[in-house]
Write a protein that binds this ligand. Structure first.
Ligand code: NCD
Length: 316
C-alpha cells in the first residue's frame, strides 16, 4: 500500500494500526520532551504540499504535522494559479518532475475527480489524495472515523446519519466506504432530491455487512442517530446533470438547537468543515458539537499518515 487515493486502500487492520500510531503520536506530543524528540524524528525528509483548490484544515494540518515531526515542507497553496498548470502542463508531467525531488510524500488536492489516481499512476513517491473533485477525501474520512471511535469506543453497530450535499461532497463518500468495512452499521443518507449519495457508494454499503437507507426527512433521521455527520452545499462544484448547476445555494437542512433536541441525548454532531449556514452558531457551544475536536484529530491522524509514508518509501 503505497499511495492513498481512496478509502478502499485501508483494511480494518490497517486502520487499527494507523489509529494506534495516531494515539502514540498524540501521547508523545503532550510533554516538552516528547515534542522535542518528535521534532527530530524525521529531519532530512521533506513533504510536498500541492493544492490546486482552496484548503484551510487539510493543508495546514498536513503542514503542521510535517513541521512537528521535523520534516521540511515544500508547498504551493494555489497551484492552479501559481504552478505550470497555468501554462498547460499536465498533472502527469508535473508529477514526474516532483517524483525526482525525493519527497517522502506528495499531498495533493485537485478540483478534478480522478486527478489523484492519475498523479499516483506516474510516481513512486507516496501520493496522498487531499481531495479530488467529487471523488474522495480519504484522509478526512480517516480522521472522521478516528473521531467516531474516540466518541463511541467502537466502529460497529452505529446509526450514522450522513446529511447534506451527498452528490458532491467527497468526505461523505469516503466516510461511507470506511464505515462499510465494519459490521452492522446503519447509514442514513439524508439529502434533498437531486443531491443523493452516488450509486457506487450505495453499492459498496449494500454489499457489506452494513445497511443504508435514504430519506428526505430530517426529523426522522435525527431521532435515530448515534452520530450526525453534516456537510455543506458544494456550490463551487457543477452537478453532473445539466440544468442543476447553482440550483441549490443553501441547505434547507439546518442543525440548530431544535434539531439538537430531536437527536437522542447521547448523539453527537460532526462536520468536516467549513460549515456555512447548515449549522447555526449557537450549536457550537453545545457539548454534542464535536466538529472542532474532530478537526483537531486531523493533526495526529495526518502525523501518523506521514510517518507511514516515510516507512513505505524508505523502509525506516
Ligand atoms: C472538505 C473538502 O475539502 O472536501 N473540507 C475539508 O477538507 N475538511 C469539505 C468541504 O469543503 O465541504
Amino acid at each position: 500500500m503505497n499511495h492513498i487515493i481512496s478509502a478502499d486502500e485501508f483494511s480494518r487492520p490497517d486502520i487499527a494500526e494507523l489509529f494506534e500510531a495516531t494515539n502514540q503520536l498524540r501521547e508523545q506530543s503532550l510533554d516538552a520532551e516528547g515534542r522535542r524528540e518528535l521534532a527530530q524524528a524525521y529531519i532530512g525528509y521533506q513533504v510536498c504540499s500541492l493544492f490546486y483548490e482552496p484548503s484551510t484544515r487539510t493543508r495546514l494540518s498536513f503542514e503542521a504535522a510535517s513541521a512537528k515531526m521535523g520534516m521540511g515542507i515544500v508547498s504551493t497553496e494555489s497551484a492552479s494559479e501559481f504552478s505550470s498548470a497555468v501554462k498547460g502542463e499536465t498533472i502527469e508531467d508535473t508529477m514526474r518532475v516532483l517524483d525526482e525531488y525525493d519527497f517522502a510524500a506528495i499531498v495533493m488536492r485537485h478540483d478534478q475527480t480522478g486527478a489523484a489516481k492519475r498523479a499516483a499512476d506516474v510516481v513512486r513517491t507516496p501520493l496522498i489524495n487531499a481531495g479530488d473533485g467529487k471523488g474522495e477525501h480519504p484522509t478526512q474520512a480517516l480522521l472522521d472515523l478516528y473521531t467516531i471511535d474516540q466518541y463511541a469506543g467502537r466502529l460497529d453497530g452505529l446509526t450514522v446519519v450522513i446529511g447534506g450535499d451527498l452528490a458532491r461532497g467527497r468526505t461523505a463518500r469516503s466516510l461511507a466506504k470506511l464505515l462499510a468495512k465494519y459490521d452492522k452499521n446503519r447509514l442514513i443518507f439524508l439529502s434533498e432530491p437531486g443531491f443523493e449519495m452516488g450509486d457506487d457508494i450505495k453499492e459498496v454499503v449494500a454489499s457489506s455487512n452494513n445497511d443504508y437507507e435514504e430519506t428526505t426527512s430530517l426529523g426522522n433521521a435525527l431521532s435515530e442517530a448515534d452520530i450526525v455527520y453534516w456537510t455543506r452545499m458544494q456550490k463551487e462544484r457543477p452537478m453532473d446533470k445539466s440544468g442543476q448547476v447553482g440550483l441549490q445555494q443553501a441547505s434547507s437542512f439546518i442543525i440548530d438547537k431544535t434539531a439538537l433536541d430531536i437527536m437522542p441525548e447521547h448523539a453527537i454532531v460532526m462536520h468536516p468543515l467549513p460549515k456555512v449556514d447548515e449549522i447555526t452558531a449557537d450549536v457550537d457551544s453545545d457539548p454534542r458539537a464535536w466538529y472542532f475536536k474532530q478537526a483537531g484529530n486531523g493533526l495526529y491522524v495526518r502525523m501518523a499518515l506521514l510517518k507511514r509514508a516515510v516507512e513505505v518509501k524508505y523502509g525506516t
